[in-house]
Ligand binder design. Sequence first.
Ligand SMILES: [Zn+2]
Length: 387
Amino acid sequence: MKLFTLFGIEIRLDFSVVFIFALIVYSLGTGVFPSWHPGWPAGTVWSMALMAGLLFFASLLAHEMSHSLVARRFGIRVPRITLFLFGGMAEIETEAETPGEEFAIAIAGPLMSLAIAMICMLYASTAIEDSLVEVIMEDPETGMAEIGPFVTVCLWLGSVNLMLAIFNMVPGFPLDGGRVARAAIWQVTGDRLKATQLAANAGRLFGWLIMGLGFWELLALRSMGGLWLVLIGWFLSHLAAQSYAAVFTQNRLAPVTVADLMRTHFERVTGDTTVSRFVDECLLRSSQLMWPVMENGRCIGTASIEEVMKLPVDDRDTTTVREIALSLEASGVLDAALPAMEAMGALARRQDRPVPVVAGGEVVGLLRGADILKWLTLHGGEHRLAG
Ligand SMILES: [Zn+2]
């Protein structure tokens, strides 16, 4: 769900956020605030819980925004930020080019959370009078009850942002701390992939630790809160492995072009061939999925079983392949010199249907998404994390 645009970046909301927002407001409204302030009327409790919930998501957004704005300073495009169940995610389009840039982008988020925490704490410390501080020191319960609504929200928001900064600085990729660790290892070794592997392994380890903690809480303490930790831990370890696989693929495919990946053994069909001949001599006799349709030595489009199936069977003898062919534009032509990474998006949109590859106006090959996986496998594509 699209919310609004800020600094040219689209801010989106996942539906899981609505659930988390309700959970936060509910737990503040029924647990935290009434226990701190038994004397508050229900209206104050719920309006402050609502405000705290909104400010919480505003501070998540500020965290992601600072990653994004720093990335943009280095010329990296950030089309959108999505807020979801476990926080936010800025869609940073390409990887940083140097360890220094990576470090700056990664540290910007936790620094923003830390800054919000400091501002909240500073505001609270100036708003709370010295005499009240003494009361809080002696008897926290009575003292806390004396604190005004806005300062209470400030204290809560400050401590939540502090926890956010600390959690994100755990050195496990793809958390911010993991990215900082990756930048440091990258700086020292000069090997970005190796650095990613180490940081991602740390991320998986951290995920397992959280899962272990969750299981312990579930079994030993018989607390359902453990289930939440198991879920977060599983998600983190899964994310670490997945992020590493993505970086590995990106690294492997960086020097590769479409021409390196495409199939060059393929047949063509001339435009004046009847559809019945096309079925008998091409479709039935070959495992090729798509045929370039040629006219005077030039490719005018493509034909496959899909186009044939749209034509009534009785019309096959009187219709030519030219008449049923899909135009070149609709077939999604790729240039042979295009970097493989850039072709991946286009191939994904074709849902694994082959795409003709052209060079100098000639069809020189065919390529589909599965060919990229095949190439990775044949070139030692062991992209899983060791251990
Ligand atoms: Zn972050």
